[in-house]
Design a protein around this ligand. Structure first.
Ligand code: ASP
Length: 440
């Protein structure tokens, strides 16, 4: 058995947490390959090393030199090294500072948190370091070059019993360091698991897996023991942020299961994420509820829209020209709604609406702001009769007006649009209906 383990920022926050990680690795010889994040917060008001590095980049852009933020980065790594009884990394930090000043790139600067952390952890564990820059490659259009990355990673690890790799970055087609989006070390771990053909990808974080709802909204929500890749994708896309929403792609193709584990409660089972073929139906109709606020809905109405060729095309063409992506397009016979992230369309809403009016000539157009979307997700929904009735009945009983419904085509989720102000109330009502009742 080969297990690939990714440890997040809180697991790397200081010497004590790194020692925990070492103990977790030692307790299971199958945990051979490790991906690390940059040191995260040690306490609530602390600053993540990655954020200090983005500040460093701003300082270098302004003055040409690393400033106080990089000093703070150096202090963080000096103190981790001291706590681990390692020699001072002063020379490595100074050299990295000079590289940051030379490269002047945000991606390069931000990537150094993972780089330095992996160097330190590799020294502490006595396990070889492999630089992600040498093995994780991007295509000229900025996408992960999967085949090349998997081959290079497998080749670099051949003959290595164990290894430590930095997460979050690789190398672009221009030969420069390029990062994934924030939280991207999860993707790096998935890439590594895929490249070595791991039996399990363990993602170690500071929570014991996914919960059936956001604990800031619902008091003590039930933990989710098992999720399918598809359910995970729906939940994390809609805001459940335990795992980066793109990290599933590399492992899904090879059907490698993922287990979310808690570094601070290693005995907890966590959540196991599996392909649908290995999914064990729990008897519960709904697996989880997630949601996001702040969407704008543009509702268009036109008689005989269904018979008009090119209507949607003309609307989408306007969005495309403004480089705006949409989240959903629920549609009826003569109506169609475009659900768009409010932040993405905010500054150009009036312009976009005028262009849509001119291009698609709808009979009417209405815009709703401050809409929240709530996704109710679960494979059990399609096997259970009456789920939507129960769902909408629960929402109605809570006195919430549903502004939009999208059952989607995936059968495993129903998306409900409500006003931002009703977001929490709706989630609580749905949770109570499907989790607090015993008749499930
Ligand atoms: N350190 C990076 C971030 O803060 C990447 C990661 O932790 O996954 O986003």
């Amino acid at each position: 058995m080969i297990k690939v383990c990714k440890f997040g920022g809180t697991s790397m926050a200081d010497g004590t947490t790194v020692r925990r990680v070492a103990a977790i690795l030692e307790s299971d010889p199958e945990r051979k390959y490790v991906v690390v994040s940059a040191p995260g917060k040690r306490y609530g008001a602390d600053v993540k090393v990655t954020d200090l590095l983005y500040e460093t980049h701003a300082e270098v852009a302004e003055t040409g030199k690393c400033g106080p933020s990089y000093m703070k980065v150096c202090e963080r790594f000096e103190s981790v090294a001291r706590e681990l009884g390692l020699p001072s990394p002063a020379e490595l930090l100074a050299e990295t500072g000079r590289e940051i000043e030379r490269e002047k790139s945000a991606d390069f600067t931000a990537s150094r948190g993972e780089y330095l952390c992996a160097r330190l952890v590799s020294g502490f564990l006595g396990v070889p370091f492999v630089d992600a820059r040498d093995v994780v490659k991007f295509t000229p259009d900025g996408k992960l070059d999967g085949p090349r990355t998997f081959a290079l990673t497998a080749a670099a690890l051949a003959g290595k019993e164990r290894a430590v790799l930095p997460g979050f970055y690789g190398e672009g087609a221009d030969g420069k360091v390029k990062t994934f989006s924030r939280g991207g070390s999860d993707i790096s771990g998935a890439i590594l698991a895929r490249a070595v053909g791991a039996d399990l990808y363990e993602n170690w974080t500071d929570v014991s897996g996914f919960l059936a709802a956001d604990p800031r909204v619902v008091a003590s929500p039930a933990p989710i023991e098992m999720l399918s890749y598809r359910e995970l994708r729906e939940l994390s896309y809609m805001g459940a942020d335990v795992l980066h929403s793109e990290s599933i792609f590399p492992v899904r193709e090879a059907e490698i299961p993922v287990r979310i584990k808690n570094t601070f409660r290693p005995g907890d089972e966590g959540t196991l994420i599996v392909p649908v073929s290995r999914y064990r139906y729990t008897g519960r109709a709904v697996t989880g509820i997630a949601g996001k606020k702040n969407f704008t809905v543009i509702l268009l109405e036109k008689a005989l829209m269904n018979a008009e060729i090119g209507f949607t095309y003309r609307v989408l063409e306007v969005l495309y020209r403004h480089n705006i992506s949409f989240e959903h397009i629920p549609s009826g016979i003569d109506t169609m709604s475009f659900v768009i992230d409010s932040e993405a369309i905010g500054g150009v809403l009036d312009e976009v609406c005028a262009e849509i009016r001119a291009a698609a000539r709808p009979d009417s157009m209405r815009v709703f702001n401050d809409i929240a979307l709530i996704a109710v997700v679960g494979h059990g929904m399609s096997r259970t009769i009456g789920i939507s009735a129960r769902l909408f009945d629960a929402i109605a009983r809570a006195g919430v007006n549903v502004r939009m419904i999208d059952q989607g085509s995936s059968e495993i989720d129903i998306i409900v649009g409500v006003e931002n102000a009703q977001y929490e109330r709706t989630i609580r009502a749905v949770y109570e209906e499907f989790f607090d009742k015993t008749d499930d």
